[in-house]
Design a protein around this ligand. Structure first.
Ligand SMILES: [Zn+2]
Length: 174
């Protein structure tokens, strides 16, 4: 008869070693909700740079009259940039005819391009969109747009500037 001896197997006592782990996550990428304008200018500087209509719309949160700006019906191909700082905001490929009389897009060039703010000025709540870089008021976003996003970015033409087709920037970002 074999006697089976149970032995404590060796090697189960693993040594706990404190390995210092360097978690080096890159900075950035987690601050999407904390969009602060990168460009700040004095009121006087904005007044000098912008036309009265551009100033009223972008800095005083004004709204241009419907069908008043040529961009509302423009079919020109290219990028619509911020009139305040030149940052790209909307691509003409996302533009659609909303019938509202304001340039309308179903999405921005990137989510980082815009900042959203709750607008409680009217009885119906709206979401205001601004240029994330310079805080210029652009317009509002509504949940009744076409596919693929279902969103309608209703933007003042006065807040935008279209790059010409030859690639020459109408506004040089500094
Ligand atoms: Zn801007």
């Amino acid at each position: 008869m074999d006697i089976i001896r149970l032995r404590h197997p060796h090697g189960l006592c693993s040594r706990l070693s404190n390995q210092a782990k360097n978690n080096q996550f890159g900075e950035g990428g987690m601050s999407a909700s904390d969009k602060r304008p990168k460009i700040t200018k004095s009121d006087e500087e904005w007044r000098r740079q912008l036309t009265p209509q551009q100033y009223t719309v972008t800095r005083l949160h004004g709204t241009e009259p419907a069908f008043s700006h040529t961009y509302h019906s423009s079919k020109k191909q290219g990028i619509y940039s911020c009139v305040g700082c030149g940052e790209p905001l909307f691509d003409s490929s996302t533009k659609f005819d909303s019938g509202t009389g304001w340039p309308s897009y179903h999405s921005p060039v990137s989510q980082d391009a815009l900042s959203e703010h709750e607008d409680k000025q009217l009885f119906s709540r709206r979401t205001e969109v601004r240029c994330a870089a310079c805080d210029s008021h652009l317009g509002h976003v509504f949940p009744d747009g076409p596919e693929p996003t279902g969103l309608r970015y209703c933007i003042n033409g006065a807040a935008l500037i279209m790059e010409s087709d030859d690639g020459q920037n109408a506004f040089k970002n500094s």
